[in-house]
Design a protein around this ligand. Structure first.
Ligand code: SAH
Length: 348
């Protein structure tokens, strides 16, 4: 249990016997002012001390390390959870925006072949509080640098749709209690069809990104094994339904791997899926991950990335190339947690 896991009823219980407005004051401190209970000066000292030591109000995340890259514009945290599991989040300042990339699970069970998190295996689901506190800590850090956190992407460790209920309650807290715009929240999935269908029924206008990476079943099943359960045809049908219901533009993510999914044929296959859905395509040159196998995959060359993007553009597909952040600190897409477990083992 931790402070951002508590429902209103739990806060009321914690403050039983106090004036009713104390609950609102505590919520404002936690979600808007982002201050520690110990610094809650509107509370009388005795109450502050009692609350400050309440185990229910403990912090969920213990920052083990903080690394900075891109001249201070990218920051990665490694957090230890109460049970010793490890997760990472990444804060990125852009010219006009500040984004945090958060984890939804410790590890990941999806086992995508090119992703460090997938290779390190699955530990457990994150609680609502563990998800929300990543955003709170990022917002606090942003504030310290004179910036305002305004975007949240569920693109860290884990498959958010495999932890849908907690992720969704966290989204409600982030948009409701913390006041971030739903349109500034992005959920990224390998393509879990039942949860895409669930999202289609939600009123909150969050963004959906789908990690496609291949547009034929043979290749996609190799790169993204869950494709065997939800093959491309099934996935596309659920996306058609989603777009029809929400009228929102989806994004396909495509990590460009040299000689694997960066040919003219891949352009044509991807376009045939993206065009009818009016989807946006986000290209990410594959980031290197530590692997032992000799056949390790390489990112496409900048020329090949340009050619691929140009090919999609010619076919009328709205395409962007993601600028990679934090490679030097293993904070880039797909690099999270490869080393977190190792660090934790060194520091019991
Ligand atoms: N499980 C979710 C959330 C993770 S998002 C999902 O797969 O969508 C992380 C994104 O980075 C995904 O699109 C993932 O496929 C991509 N990715 C993973 N490994 C990568 C790598 N080595 N280089 C570039 N992108 C990678």
């Amino acid at each position: 249990m931790s402070r951002y896991d508590l429902e209103d009823a739990d806060l009321e219980l914690l403050l039983e016997g106090q004036q009713r407005y104390r609950v609102a004051q505590l919520k404002k401190a936690l979600y808007e002012d982002l201050i520690d209970v110990a610094d809650l000066s509107v509370f009388p000292k005795a109450l502050r001390e009692r609350i400050g030591n309440a185990p229910e109000l403990a912090s969920a995340l213990d920052p083990i390390s903080q690394q900075v890259a891109d001249r201070g514009q990218t920051m990665k945290w490694l957090f230890r959870l109460q049970d010793g599991a490890a997760i990472e989040s990444v804060l990125m300042h852009y010219r006009k925006h500040t984004t945090v990339c958060i984890s939804s699970q410790a590890g990941c069970a999806m086992a995508c072949s090119f992703c460090a998190t997938g290779r390190s295996g699955y530990t457990r689901q994150l609680s609502v509080g563990e998800i929300v506190e990543q955003v709170v800590r990022a917002a606090m850090a942003a504030r310290t640098s004179g910036r305002r956190l305004d975007h949240v992407v569920f693109m860290g460790m884990g498959e958010p749709f495999a932890n849908f209920n907690n992720v969704w309650r966290a989204v409600e807290r982030i948009t409701g209690d913390m006041g971030l715009g739903a349109r500034h929240v992005t959920l990224s999935t390998v393509g879990l069809v039942p949860q895409i269908n669930q999202l289609a029924d939600k009123a909150l206008q969050v963004n959906l990104a789908v990690s496609l990476h291949a547009a034929n079943d043979d290749l996609r099943s190799e790169l993204v094994p869950i494709n065997r359960r939800y093959p491309i045809g099934t996935l596309v049908r659920s996306l058609e339904h989603y777009v029809e219901r929400t009228h929102r533009r989806i994004t396909f993510e495509w990590a460009l791997i040299a000689g694997v999914n960066d040919s003219a044929r891949d352009v044509a296959e991807l376009a045939s899926i993206a065009f009818p859905l009016k989807a946006h395509v986000n290209l990410i040159p594959l980031n290197p991950i530590d692997t032992d196998d000799l056949s390790s995959m390489q990112g496409s060359s900048p020329e090949q990335v340009e050619r691929f993007a140009g090919g999609l553009g010619d076919l009328g597909i709205n395409t962007t190339v993601r600028r990679t952040r934090g490679r030097s600190i293993d904070a880039a897409c797909g690099q999270l947690a490869g080393k977190a477990a190792a660090i934790l083992k060194e520091k019991p």
